[in-house]
Write a protein of this length. Structure first.
Length: 143
């Protein structure tokens, strides 16, 4: 059952030989910068998740800072073995979006460029951000 502020996307796939359920949750009510800006509620970025061989639906995020990882306190929770508990921070602003690797085990890459831990890097429009070899999202600015 869907609750307000939480978007559940479920993907059933096959990883190695065992069936795996991958769950992505967006917890908008936990946004760090909730009401600071007038444009904070308007969706600014769209993420198209790619987990394994298939593509999941897209999610839209308003301006704010979002922790991505497997941890229950993550704003965007990705239940995937290759994603760390606190893998990365996505910073959505009015005119740009940045990502920062939080010293995760598999690291973060924008296309083929690996990011240094704790370094904030702007994501160009329509670029793919890899959290691991088979967990990624395509970034697209909405306005």
């Amino acid at each position: 059952m869907l609750t307000t502020g939480i978007l559940h996307l479920i993907f059933l796939g096959l990883l190695a030989v065992f069936p795996v359920v991958i769950l992505i949750q967006v917890r908008a009510e936990r946004k760090i910068t909730s009401g600071r800006f007038r444009w904070a509620r308007k969706p600014r970025v769209e993420l198209r998740w790619i987990l394994g061989p298939d593509t999941l639906d897209t999610i839209r995020l308003p301006a704010g800072n979002y922790l991505i990882g497997r941890s229950p306190e993550s704003h965007v929770a990705v239940n995937h073995a290759a994603v760390s508990n606190r893998h990365a921070v996505l910073m959505v602003r009015r005119k740009h979006t940045s990502v920062m690797d939080t010293d995760s085990l598999n690291g973060v890459r924008i296309e083929s460029l690996p990011l240094k831990p704790w370094t904030r890097v702007r994501i160009p429009d329509r670029q793919t951000v890899f959290l691991s070899r088979d967990a990624a999202f395509e970034h697209r600015r909405l306005s």
